[in-house]
Design a binder for this molecule. Sequence first.
Ligand code: 5GP
Ligand code: ZN
Length: 115
Amino acid sequence: MATNCIFCRILAGDLPGSLVYRDEQCAAFLDIHPINPGHLLVVPLQHASGLADLPPDVGGHLFRVGQRLSLALRQTIPEAEGINLLLSDGAAAGQEVFHVHLHVIPRHRGDGSGF
Ligand code: 5GP
Ligand code: ZN
């Protein structure tokens, strides 16, 4: 755990977070500033600041979990006509929290949420 990392602190229970999923390698919680309702972040339990630090099998696992959560969101949120899976690696790519996270973002036509 990186004590100065917001997501490590959420995973450790030191900071509040709306956890919706957890297994032995990753967890998912609601984004505090959702682009649309149901916007989730899938994060590895072990701190990795970027893709270069992330074991490839964990990266694959994050994507598998993101895929499953996408399907669950499509089934439970009527407005979720589509999903964006997004991972920003590096400040130049828009990464603001330096603990790897896969965004799972419900989308619907006309929601005006561009990237
Ligand atoms: P990035 O720009 O790094 O890909 O995305 C970081 C995301 O983390 C943003 O969507 C932001 O809303 C979210 N975020 C930042 N701080 C917190 C927090 O304390 N709790 C939660 N749940 N999400 C956060
Ligand atoms: Zn961390």
